[in-house]
Design a protein around this ligand. Structure first.
Ligand code: DAL
Ligand code: ZN
Length: 262
């Protein structure tokens, strides 16, 4: 073998060694950066998440730092976070095909599909029925609601249960008030003890809903206990919040919203 051929062969060998080495390093690095599967990626039953800090912390921090646009299923609307714009109307409202009282219920399409499944599952699993008492409310419908309750109860008492127009989750098209058919416990604390209230507390998350105003959280959410008011956030987020975080505010590390700013 001539010197030139030997040099060529040596050069090829070194090149092959470097290419293989780089490939091995690349594969090793990419394997290390692949995130481990965590129980947070799926919905889980109450109490079954073994470690709420390790796997969830990064994604929670990321979610918390993201601005929540009004159209997001995880939008947080409260006394410190009005809808933007205040007269927002969701573009994808559809009728919800469930029994109801009052106005025919409308919700955003995804929430409507899930709530219909929720109603069907409730009846299948319990043999009982429930109804929509109120779903989407426009700015002007919320204004009427607020005026009615303020006149009846006075402003301070009304604001414990009823949002100002432009500040209501009902205006997002993602919230619905559930009633127990034939029960006198509609929109009252005793709803929590009805089969409908019990079932919702344990199962609403399966369909992407949370109990938005839990008991004892008024200093954070701004509203007294509403076991009948369920809010669509999507199944992944509902599964994470269920049983682990009292409120959306707590989950997203947002400031408490006990009252309006001005
Ligand atoms: N009852 C809820 C807080 C609302 O008026 O939006
Ligand atoms: Zn409500």
């Amino acid at each position: 073998m001539s010197f030139r051929v030997k040099r060529l062969a040596a050069g090829l060998a070194i090149t092959a060694f470097v290419v293989v080495g780089v490939t091995v390093v690349t594969i090793t690095l990419s394997q290390q950066s692949t995130p481990a599967a965590t129980p947070f990626g799926t919905t889980v039953p109450n109490g079954s998440i073994p470690n709420p800090i390790l796997p969830g912390a990064t994604s929670r921090a990321r979610e918390a730092s993201q601005p929540k646009g009004t159209r997001s299923y995880s939008v947080v609307v409260n006394k410190r976070r009005p809808l933007i714009p205040r007269d927002y109307v969701p573009a994808d409202l559809v009728p919800v095909r469930v029994p109801y009282i009052g106005a025919r219920p409308l919700l955003r399409r995804e929430a409507a599909i899930e709530v219909e499944s929720l109603f069907a599952a409730f009846t299948k699993e319990t043999g009982l029925k429930m109804q929509s008492n109120s779903a989407y409310r426009s700015y002007s419908a919320q204004q009427a609601e607020y005026r009615t309750f303020s006149r009846k109860l006075g402003t301070a008492a009304a604001e414990e249960t009823t949002a100002l127009p432009g500040y209501s989750e009902h205006q997002t098209g993602l919230a619905i008030d559930i009633g127990a058919r034939g029960s006198s416990c509609s929109a009252r604390d005793c709803f929590a003890a009805t089969p409908q209230g019990q079932w919702l507390a344990h199962n609403a998350w399966r369909f992407g809903f949370i109990i938005r105003y839990p008991e004892g959280q008024q200093a954070v959410t701004g509203y007294s206990y509403e076991p009948w008011h369920i809010r669509f956030v999507g199944t992944t987020l509902a599964g994470k919040i269920h049983g682990h975080f009292g409120s959306l505010e707590a989950y997203f590390h947002l400031p408490a919203a006990p009252s309006y700013v001005n």
